[in-house]
Ligand binder design. Structure first.
Ligand SMILES: Cc1ncc(C[n+]2csc(CCOP(=O)(O)OP(=O)(O)O)c2C)c(N)n1
Ligand code: SF4
Ligand SMILES: [Mg+2]
Length: 351
């Protein structure tokens, strides 16, 4: 058996959100991952974020590749659209779906093997094209599903469970996303839900390519001394640089931050997100500075987390391509076949 169905009955007193759903309505099947796997905490954070944002489950398309991480969409948003692609191919399938119908919320879930090894080209192009999506990499530094080989994000010098040392330099997906033009880039930790849920909510609200690298310990193969992706290591080296609050600005007047301490960003449904800086010298709206500072933290052995960069004015691939707003399956004959005169004009423009 690869999954267990959850009982459908809900307790009548469960709280409902503005669109009438309980949190249970955003869950999926019972997880078959190892007890304590960080990926399950990320699923719980996705459920919480979608419930709090009053998202209609049928407006979400969740796509993934192959791996323990890529199995997780089965364990949340059971009433949403889903597509489990080939290993490393989630970004291109998601790009195609997004081009065909921009009205859905696209959630891409991947692993560090899925996105930094076999799928690194796909990851890079989704970022540089500005595909509007929430791209979550559940980063455990190993190929969990195939029994714990080092992945391309494993730090040089880190140790495998049986003592082998990784000699290769690590790929930092945050650094690549920043360099390639992602317009919302964050890093979270599966063990810090208070930080992760707002990061996901902000990514959902963002109008361009949003990338989240979420460190997610693999308890079966990469949670020992010598690993830099274990719960203990990440807790000891986590350096949060910013915090997102979802606020009602009118109610917030008395607690308004001092100039330079916070950045207000448009939130979903006309609300406002306030990004508070936890480090005075970290500016999450400056891409070049963010690239330098994230590297500087890494060089000191610290892991910078929080919203690392955001461009609140970002656009997406549809804006760049000037595509038709209607989903392709809703276009009528007149729009798809505009007639001879239009064809002649087009041909003439190509001569
Ligand atoms: C084309 C192809 N190559 C290799 C594999 C074998 N394979 C399955 S999952 C996986 C790596 C998964 O690692 P990651 O994406 O980090 O996910 P995790 O299990 O760690 O969450 C590999 C190499 C495959 N399924 N398909
Ligand atoms: S093998 Fe690792 S990544 Fe896979 S379910 Fe178990 S703990 Fe999670
Ligand atoms: Mg992995």
């Amino acid at each position: 058996m690869t999954y267990l169905a959850k009982p459908r009955l809900h307790h009548p007193t469960l709280a409902r959100n503005a669109v009438g759903y309980t949190r249970r309505d955003y869950e999926g099947k019972v997880s078959t991952l190892c007890a304590g796997c960080g990926h399950d905490s990320i699923s719980a954070a996705i459920v919480q974020a979608c419930w709090e944002l009053d998202i209609q489950p049928h407006r979400v398309a969740k796509l993934s590749g192959i791996g323990c991480s890529s199995k997780t969409p089965d364990y949340f948003l059971g009433a949403s659209h889903g597509f489990n692609t080939v290993h490393g191919r989630m970004p291109s399938v998601l790009t195609g779906a997004n081009l065909a119908n921009r009205e859905l919320l696209y959630l891409g879930v991947s692993g560090d093997g899925d996105s930094a090894s076999i799928g690194i080209g796909q990851f890079a192009h989704a970022m540089r094209r500005g595909v509007r999506m929430v791209y979550i990499v559940e980063n455990n530094g190993v190929y969990g599903l195939t029994k714990g080989q080092f992945s391309a994000t494993a730090d040089r010098g880190s140790k495998a469970k049986k003592g082998a040392v990784n000699n290769d330099a690590a790929i930092d997906l945050v650094g690549i996303a920043l360099q390639l033009g992602a317009t919302y880039v964050g890093r979270g930790f599966s063990g810090d839900k208070a930080q992760l849920v707002p990061l996901i909510k902000g990514a959902i609200a963002h109008r361009g390519a949003a990338f989240l690298d979420v460190i997610s310990p693999c308890v079966a193969f990469n949670n020992h001394a010598g690993s830099t992706r274990s719960y203990d290591y990440v807790r000891e080296h986590n350096e949060a640089v910013s915090r997102i609050d979802f606020i009602d600005l009118d109610a917030e007047v008395s607690a308004a931050p001092a100039p330079g301490e916070a950045v207000d960003l448009p939130g979903p449904d006309g609300g406002t997100m306030r990004l508070r800086k936890l480090h005075a010298n970290y500016d999450p709206t400056d891409r070049i500075a963010a690239m330098n500072q994230v590297q500087a933290y890494a060089a000191r052995g610290e892991i910078a987390t929080g919203l690392l960069y955001v461009d609140a004015e970002a656009g997406d691939m549809h804006q760049a391509l000037n595509t038709v707003a209607k989903p392709l399956n809703a276009l009528g004959e007149a729009e798809l076949c505009p007639g001879h005169a239009a064809l002649d004009k087009l041909n003439a423009s190509l001569r």
